[in-house]
Ligand binder design. Structure first.
Ligand code: NAD
Length: 289
């Protein structure tokens, strides 16, 4: 396939490289990044104009909307706009409608798996859009990832991503709080892990990504909380969850509390640039307010 790839940053560059390695013709565009080996167009519209599929991997919804305004009028009829960025549900639905109105197909397909998954081609895609668009994109999901789940119409991929990451933020905070409490109660961390990871408090945050250094499988905690999944990105996703909850009139008090905590951590403390599991040393330093 001819693929236009817009947004060649930490995630986009290895995804584009995997598509090229599998034999697809990729023309990329990024305002800053110029990754090795990817043929670059002069602008986003040029990258999109002959493409069967245009993939976007951009920082946020406002940028996605601005890029969509440039590329959708240039895309051939029947081409697929495949947005893999994490953005708000409303923008995802608006951009998809814009593409459909122009005679194209559209999918929102945010990913889980991080930079490691993007490089290894093991991402999970959460996909919203029509069956026809999903069918066309399926071979690309199989190259860039190991799993894709079709979650329903446009916007539902973003809805799934936002809900998943709200749970993740909440469980990571709960796990870190519990470790900090256990420390203060004199409970050995290994004993804490051995009990919780096989009891009803278990979660991905505890079992697969333990925030305590030297405990459980290797995680960013074992590398001085170098991301991994940065606290800043967790904050972005939690904010999207609360924006969506507001728009849908959903009551998400723990989602809101997690958003507030990560906001304080990233903006007023030393959390920016650290892994999101660095909430554990944060709680350890603190006393009960
Ligand atoms: P990044 O900042 O490394 O890459 C984004 C790229 O978009 C940058 O290279 C930037 O120059 C480019 N860009 C910005 N405006 C542009 C424009 N108008 N036209 C063309 N290019 C433009 O970010 P990333 O880590 O690659 O993340 C991309 C998306 O994936 C985000 O929505 C993020 O939330 C999501 N995501 C990231 C991770 C992760 O672990 N990094 C995991 C899952 C999802």
């Amino acid at each position: 396939m001819k693929i236009g790839f817009i947004g060649l940053g930490n995630m986009g560059a290895p995804m584009a490289q995997n598509l090229m390695a599998a034999g697809h013709f990729v023309t990329g565009f990024d305002t800053i990044a110029a990754p090795h080996g990817v043929a670059l167009a002069a602008n986003a519209a040029d990258a999109a104009k002959d493409a069967d599929v245009v993939i976007t991997m951009l920082p946020n919804g406002a940028i996605l909307q601005a890029v969509a305004d440039q590329i959708v009028p240039q895309m051939p009829k029947g081409a697929v706009l495949l947005d893999c960025s994490t953005v708000d549900v409303e923008t995802a639905r608006n951009v998809a409608q814009q593409a459909v109105d122009a005679g194209c197909l559209a999918l929102d397909a945010p990913v889980s798996g991080g930079i490691g998954g993007a490089s290894a081609g093991t991402l999970t895609f959460m996909v919203g859009g029509s069956d026809k668009a999903y069918e066309i994109a399926m071979p690309l999901f199989e190259i860039m990832g190991q799993k894709s789940v079709h979650c329903g119409p446009s916007g539902n991929g973003q809805a799934a991503k936002i809900c998943n990451n709200m749970i993740l933020g909440i469980t990571m905070i709960g796990t870190c709080e519990a470790f900090a409490l256990a420390d203060k109660l004199g409970l050995d961390r290994q004993a804490m892990f051995d009990v919780v990871s096989t009891s009803s408090g278990y979660s991905w945050s505890m079992n697969a990504y333990c925030p305590a250094p030297g405990i459980g499988p290797t995680s960013p905690a074992d590398n001085e909380y170098t991301p991994g999944f940065a606290a800043d990105l967790m904050l972005k996703d939690l904010r999207l969850s609360q924006q969506a909850a507001h728009a849908a009139d959903a009551d998400t008090p723990l989602g809101q509390a997690a958003t507030d905590l990560y906001e304080t951590f990233v903006e007023n403390e030393d959390g920016a640039g650290k892994d999101f599991s660095a909430m554990l040393p944060r709680f350890e330093k603190r006393k009960r307010p």
